[in-house]
Design a binder for this molecule. Structure first.
Ligand code: KIV
Ligand code: NA
Length: 275
């Protein structure tokens, strides 16, 4: 069954929504085959795919290229693409033009942007242009310099109230769904209850309408310390390291390629003699 923004909305209160990041065709196809509801082409690709220390250097061209690859691998999953830093912060007109490229060239079915009440003009303009919008509140990594680091958000009464107000504002501006990142579980549960649109949590506890994770994190492929909310569902990093080690050893020893990996030809002795 094809996942759409309509099936997302309908799932609220009935069925949990599953989302994973994807940045390329092969992984997108694998995830899509397992029935994951949605693939997020996150600007986290700046870190896990391109090796930047944060998401700020990611360009619109980066997002378009990776989104197009993911879209080619996705049959049933809803493809959501992040608007990278400075693609939606300058003006409403710029935001619509840039999101339009993610849809036209990247084949995104929805875009995600970070921000609350301050970004409602942008959200409304995108919805008016028939581009579905997913909001993103709590820890918003594009604001790392303003926030002073990657920290849990909404811990004081004032911060919790602002988060709830922002969530309502983004919903009322027309967002079809909302990501909540690094928010205390009890607050995320309250916001999820208050909203009519599905809330997708990451580091936001079990009571959101769905979950999202960065695939390299959940498969043990990212280096360094992973945050508290990450669960490792596989050891792909270790499996890959073991395979690379075995490959290098066999090539050095001369045991790979073996006979079964070689192409032959007819009358080869004769042919080589004449060569
Ligand atoms: O870029 C990303 O991967 C994200 C998710 C973690 C929500 O925005
Ligand atoms: Na992101």
């Amino acid at each position: 069954m094809k996942n759409t923004v309509a099936t997302f909305r309908q799932a609220k209160g009935k069925e949990k929504l599953t989302m994973l990041t994807a940045y390329d065709y092969s992984i997108a196809r694998l995830m899509d085959q397992t029935g994951i509801n949605s693939l997020l082409v996150g600007d986290s690709l700046g870190m896990v795919m391109l090796g930047y220390p944060d998401t700020l250097p990611v360009t619109l061209e980066d997002m378009i290229r990776h989104c197009a690859a993911v879209a080619r691998g996705a049959q049933s999953a809803l493809v959501v693409c992040d608007m990278p830093f400075m693609s939606c912060q300058v003006s409403v007109a710029d935001t619509v033009r840039n999101a339009g490229r993610l849809v036209k060239e990247g084949r995104a079915q929805a875009v995600k942007l970070e921000g609350g009440a301050d970004f409602c003009d942008e959200v409304r303009a995108l919805v008016r242009a028939s581009i579905p919008v997913m909001g993103h509140l709590g820890l918003t990594p594009q604001s790392v310099n303003a926030l002073g680091g990657y920290k849990v958000q909404g811990k004081s009464l004032a911060a919790a109230q602002k988060l709830l107000d922002d969530a309502r504002a983004v919903q009322d501006a027309g967002a079809f769904s909302l990501v909540l990142e690094c928010v205390p579980a009890a607050l995320a549960a309250r916001i999820t209850r208050e909203l009519e649109v599905p809330v997708i949590g990451i580091g936001a506890g079990p009571d959101c309408d769905g979950q999202v994770l960065v695939w390299q994190d959940m498969l043990g492929l990212s280096d360094g310390g992973t945050p508290k909310f990450v669960k490792r569902f596989g050891a792909v990093g270790e499996a890959a390291r073991a395979a690379f080690t075995a490959y290098a050893r066999e090539v050095k020893q001369g045991s790979y390629p073996a006979q079964e990996h070689c192409y032959g030809m007819e009358d080869e002795a004769e042919l080589l003699e004449k060569l």
